[in-house]
Design a protein around this ligand. Structure first.
Ligand SMILES: [Zn+2]
Ligand SMILES: [Zn+2]
Length: 288
């Protein structure tokens, strides 16, 4: 094994977490415990310029790109060579279009070793929701459905906001909600309510961020058999596990391809779930 990737790659190093939404509560304990990283949070770090959930500022590229930009900014601010950033995305589940899901990534960027490793988690445990309302009563009905006041709310003047829209974020109390909705109804005749998806206002999301941090640690601990580089994770899933009844290929996983992020080494693991045939329930031919 190459000695440029010692086992304790991150131990006793200081890593900067690019957040202003208290994500350190979910991420720091996991990285400190499993990697020995000392996590710090920069003061006054504004991540909103990289995009907001309320859509008044658009996200800079895709999820991974946005996280990378935040990590780079945090390293530039602090002069550190290790940074962590996270990014969430909400919408229909990729496999179940009628179910809302929360997709979280936690990205680690190490300038000393030129590494970028990304942990991820996907969960249908989310209260992600929005509704346009015309009365205070329907505002409170919506609030109750989405777990307010344990989870925060955002009230705004329109469903497609711009930088100049009226947006009231971080509503955590009934009096605040009444005041915001009353004001919007008087001024615009309607209000648009959404769950506040910023981590500190959304305990459900905090949990998924923690799962993504666990996945990051898991990937870091997977080393390339050839060069020892961390992050030797499944990069590709091959479908086509044969049906147990007729042998036709199904959409179930046949093999996983693990690929090194540094050298050209890869390996293919067939039947990663320990099954050589798929249940005919998942067969297009037997069970259309
Ligand atoms: Zn390698
Ligand atoms: Zn079949």
């Amino acid at each position: 094994m190459d000695s440029s990737y010692p086992q304790d790659l991150f131990c006793n190093r200081t890593g900067v977490l690019a957040t202003m939404h208290r994500k350190e509560q979910a991420i720091a304990p996991i990285l400190e415990q499993h990697l020995g990283v000392q996590v710090i949070v920069p003061e006054g770090f504004n991540t909103d310029e990289f995009g907001t959930f309320t859509r008044d500022i658009e996200r800079s590229g895709d999820q991974r790109n946005a996280a990378r930009l935040k990590a780079e900014r945090a390293m530039a601010l602090t002069g550190l060579t290790l940074a962590i950033a996270s990014e969430g995305s909400f919408g229909p589940h990729p496999a179940m279009p009628f179910v809302a899901c929360d997709q979280e990534i936690v990205l680690l960027s190490d300038r000393t070793h030129h590494l970028e490793i990304v942990g991820q988690a996907i969960s249908t445990e989310t209260n992600y929701s929005q509704k346009s309302i015309k009365s205070l009563e329907s505002a409170f009905t919506f609030a109750q459905q989405v777990g307010f006041p344990t989870h925060g709310l955002v009230a705004m003047s329109e469903a497609q906001p711009t930088r100049s829209s009226q947006i009231i974020k971080g509503i955590m109390e009934e009096a605040q909600l009444t005041e915001a909705v009353d004001w919007l109804l008087k001024k615009f005749g309607q209000a648009h309510l959404e769950t506040d998806m910023r981590a500190m206002y959304n305990p459900m999301r905090m949990k998924v961020i923690a799962q993504a941090a666990e996945d990051l640690v898991h990937k870091i601990n997977q080393r390339c058999p050839q060069c020892g580089c961390p992050g030797f994770a499944a990069a590709e899933r091959k479908v086509g596990l044969p049906c147990a009844l007729c042998g036709s290929p199904t959409n179930s996983t046949l093999a996983l391809v693990h690929r090194c992020i540094k050298c050209d080494f890869s390996n293919v693991t067939y039947f990663p779930n320990g099954q050589e045939f798929a249940d005919p329930t998942y067969c297009f031919r037997c069970n259309p």
